[in-house]
Design a protein around this ligand. Structure first.
Ligand SMILES: [Mg+2]
Length: 390
């Protein structure tokens, strides 16, 4: 089998990222979305999404490359290759783009392509992707509703009750107004905890640049970060997420050592080399690789082994379309311990419309992990054509 096409598909939507003031739902990035489609001469096709600067990503995949190795476009590196060679092709993409890439947009594009190749491998084998990653250890996993902070305790409580009514046993609130006013932060968290009751999980993502950001970054001091963790500990928060400058591994380790609340992060970490350092330096209790940013399943499956060796949990970061949720679920199926899958309940019309998936919550707040060949998620090609701009 040979790769015949690597196509960046640029979609535009009408909705902008927005944290809601009231109980109504927030909106994720609804103005641009990049999809990648890898086609083969045997008719198998892989689809993946990635969270990136979409117009620039399209150029990195299929624009004008240069002849020097290290400055090639990703499509040029792949066409004609065997899509089953996931590890070899990951190295080829990394080296072929290394002088402009290694992280950021190039790694986000490599992530999407890598996921497409894994999907093609699974389809070619006629197996669910989890079988290629070591085998399913579970059929279901608890989903958490992932959304943004509301502005008042009343709106927080009403929103939280809505997720409970929808069947969720776990909710994560992030960003929004959180971080502007420590007194209000406490009230918002207290309201969410009360509405969820003592037995449901409450997770908090304070954001790593405090809200109200106008272009100037205001870091939390170590003292403030530890005080924040202690406050969250009073409300039995299940984890505090991604709230320290992503380059400050030392700061993560120092705050974690003092925090009564488990520390979760890793959505901004990419490549297995960086995960090795991040986990090795004792930064987190829960590692959160984002399969659309970290280097794809090739990297994430290595991270799963590292997490197990370090005795920490892995919960993929997954706040995008159903495609990313589908890939994440296949990895989750294989983990020795699986705590949650992240459910983006703030999907815009654009991110919601791209793919169809039968992810239904059971009465216990868990969702079934697809066991059909590939990832069990279907793209809506009519929707994609209607929103495509390249
Ligand atoms: Mg986060």
């Amino acid at each position: 089998m040979r790769i015949t096409e690597v196509e960046p598909i640029l979609l535009r939507g009408e909705a902008a990222y927005r944290a809601a003031a009231g109980a109504e739902e927030a909106t994720d990035n609804g103005d641009w979305q990049l999809l990648v489609r890898v086609g083969t001469d045997e008719g198998l096709t892989g689809w993946a999404d990635t969270e990136t600067l979409a117009p620039a990503a399209a150029a990195i995949i299929a624009g004008q490359g240069m002849s020097t190795l290290g400055f090639r476009t990703l499509r040029d590196l792949l066409v004609g290759e065997n899509p089953l060679d996931t590890a070899r092709l990951w190295d080829r993409l990394y080296v072929g783009s290394a002088y402009y890439g290694r992280r950021g947009i190039a790694m986000q594009c490599i992530s999407a392509i890598d996921n497409c190749l894994w999907s093609i491998r699974a389809q070619a084998a006629g197996l669910p992707l989890a079988s290629l990653l070591g085998g399913r250890r579970r059929d279901r996993v608890m989903a958490y509703a992932s959304t943004l902070f509301r502005e008042t305790p009343e709106a927080m409580a009403e929103a939280a009750r809505g997720y409970v009514a929808g069947g969720f046993q776990a909710v994560k609130f992030g960003w929004g107004v959180f971080g502007e006013d420590p007194g209000r932060d406490r009230e918002l968290v207290a309201a969410a905890r009360e509405a969820l009751g003592p037995s449901r999980h409450l997770l908090v993502d304070p954001g790593w640049y405090p809200a109200g950001w106008k272009g100037d970054w205001r870091p939390r001091s170590r003292r403030d970060a530890i005080a924040l963790c202690r406050m969250l500990g009073e409300y039995d928060v299940g984890w505090v997420e991604d709230f320290i400058h992503p380059e400050r591994f030392d700061e993560y380790a120092a705050v974690r050592a003092e925090s009564p609340v488990p520390v979760a992060a890793g959505e901004q970490v990419a490549t297995h080399w960086e995960f090795e350092r991040f986990i090795g330096q004792g930064c987190v209790d829960v590692i959160q690789p984002d399969l659309s940013r970290c280097g794809g399943l090739t990297v994430a499956s290595k991270v799963a082994a590292m997490a197990e060796d370090a005795g920490i949990d892995l919960v993929p970061h997954s706040w995008l379309t159903h495609l990313l949720t589908g890939y994440s679920l296949q990895l989750i199926a294989t983990l020795p311990r699986a705590r949650f899958v992240e459910f983006n309940v703030s999907q815009s019309p654009l991110t919601a419309g791209i793919a169809r998936a039968a992810f239904c919550l059971g009465p216990d707040g868990t969702v079934a992990i697809p066991d059909t060949p590939g990832i069990g998620v279907e793209v809506d090609t009519d929707f994609i054509s209607a929103h495509r701009v390249n």
